[in-house]
Design a protein around this ligand. Structure first.
Ligand SMILES: NC(=O)c1ccc[n+]([C@@H]2O[C@H](COP(=O)([O-])OP(=O)(O)OC[C@H]3O[C@@H](n4cnc5c(N)ncnc54)[C@H](O)[C@@H]3O)[C@@H](O)[C@H]2O)c1
Length: 244
C-alpha cells in the first residue's frame, strides 16, 4: 500500500514494487495521478488498485484497508509518501496552514499506520514512512513542513518499539532534495529561485539532487526481508547532505 502514489517519490516506489511483482494499492487525493501510476504498474504485468482519498480521512483509511484485504488477502507493506508543504517561517505561517500540513503529513501517517497495523499483526509487516532529511538539518522557510517531518521520525521510532514483538517493522526514509513536482513547487515560491537552488545543491556533496527512483530503492530494501533486522531506523537518501 502506497499513500501519495500518484506522483513523485510515491509513484516511483509503487512502480518499483510492481516491478518486483508486488500487488500494489495506491491511495492519493489526485485521482488522475493515481490512475496513471496504476496504468504504469499494470503495464509491468503486476496487479494494481487505486483509491482516491485524502490521507487525513480516518474512516476512508479503514474502509480502504479493509477492501484491500478482502480483495488481496493481506497488507504486508505500507509506505506513507503523501505529503505537502507550504513554505514560510513561523510568523508567516497561518494557523490554518500549520494545521493543514500536520493533518496531511503527520495525521495522514498516523491514521494509515492505525488502519494497517492491527491487520498486520500475527503475520508481520513493514511500514516505511517518507520523512525528510530536513527533519535532521533544519533548513529554511519551511517551518510547518520541517516540524511535521520531525514528528514523523519520532512517530516511527516509538511505533517500531510498540509493535516489534508482533513482527511489524517501522522505519523511515530521509530523502534529500529529490526531483519531483513538490521540489519544483518549493523553489517556485521564491521570486528568484536561483540562489535557493544553488544553496540547496551545495548541501548535497554528490553535487546534484536525488531522483525518486533512488528513494524507491531504499523503500524496497526497508519493505523487504532484506532489512529483517532493521526497525525504528532512519535511512538517509540525501547525497551526503551537510546541515544548515
Ligand atoms: N521531493 C523532495 O525533495 C522531498 C524531499 C524529502 C521528502 N519528501 C517527501 O516525499 C513525499 C513525496 O513527495 P514528492 O516530492 O514525491 O511530492 P509530490 O507532490 O510529487 O507527490 C506527493 C503526492 O501526495 C499526494 N497527496 C498530497 N496530499 C494528499 C492527501 N491529503 N491525501 C492523499 N494524497 C495526497 C499528491 O496528490 C501527490 O500525488 C512527501 O512526504 C515529501 O514530503 C520529498
Amino acid at each position: 500500500m502506497v499513500t501519495g502514489g500518484g506522483s513523485g517519490i510515491g509513484r516511483s516506489i509503487a512502480t518499483r514494487f510492481g516491478e518486483e511483482g508486488a500487488t500494489v494499492a495506491i491511495v492519493d487525493v489526485d485521482a488522475n495521478g493515481a490512475a496513471e501510476t496504476a496504468e504504469m504498474i499494470e503495464q509491468q504485468g503486476a496487479n494494481c488498485r487505486w483509491f482516491q482519498s485524502d490521507v487525513s480521512d480516518n474512516s476512508a483509511a479503514n474502509e480502504i484497508a479493509e477492501k484491500v484485504i478482502e480483495e488481496f488477502g493481506s497488507v504486508d507493506v505500507l509506505v506513507t509518501a503523501a505529503g505537502i508543504s507550504v513554505g514560510k517561517t513561523v510568523p508567516d505561517t497561518q494557523p490554518e496552514e500549520w494545521d493543514q500540513v500536520f493533518s496531511v503529513n503527520v495525521k495522514g501517517t498516523y491514521l494509515w499506520m492505525r488502519a494497517v497495523i492491527p491487520r498486520m499483526t500475527n503475520r508481520g509487516g513493514s511500514i516505511v514512512a517518507i520523512a525528510s532529511q530536513l527533519a535532521v538539518s533544519g533548513g529554511i522557510s519551511n517551518a510547518a513542513y520541517i516540524a511535521s517531518k520531525g514528528a514523523i521520525v519520532s512517530l516511527c521510532r516509538t511505533t517500531a518499539n510498540d509493535h516489534a514483538a508482533e513482527g511489524v517493522r517501522v522505519n523511515c526514509i530521509l530523502p534529500g532534495a529529490t526531483e519531483t513536482p513538490l521540489l519544483e513547487r518549493s523553489f517556485a515560491r521564491f521570486e528568484d529561485p536561483t540562489p535557493y537552488v544553488e544553496r540547496s545543491l551545495s548541501r548535497h556533496p554528490l553535487g546534484r539532487f536525488g531522483r525518486p527512483e533512488e528513494v524507491a530503492e531504499a523503500a524496497l530494501f526497508l519493505a523487504s526481508d532484506n532489512s529483517s533486522f532493521t526497525t525504528g531506523s532512519e535511512l538517509r537518501v540525501d547525497g551526503g547532505w551537510i546541515g544548515g
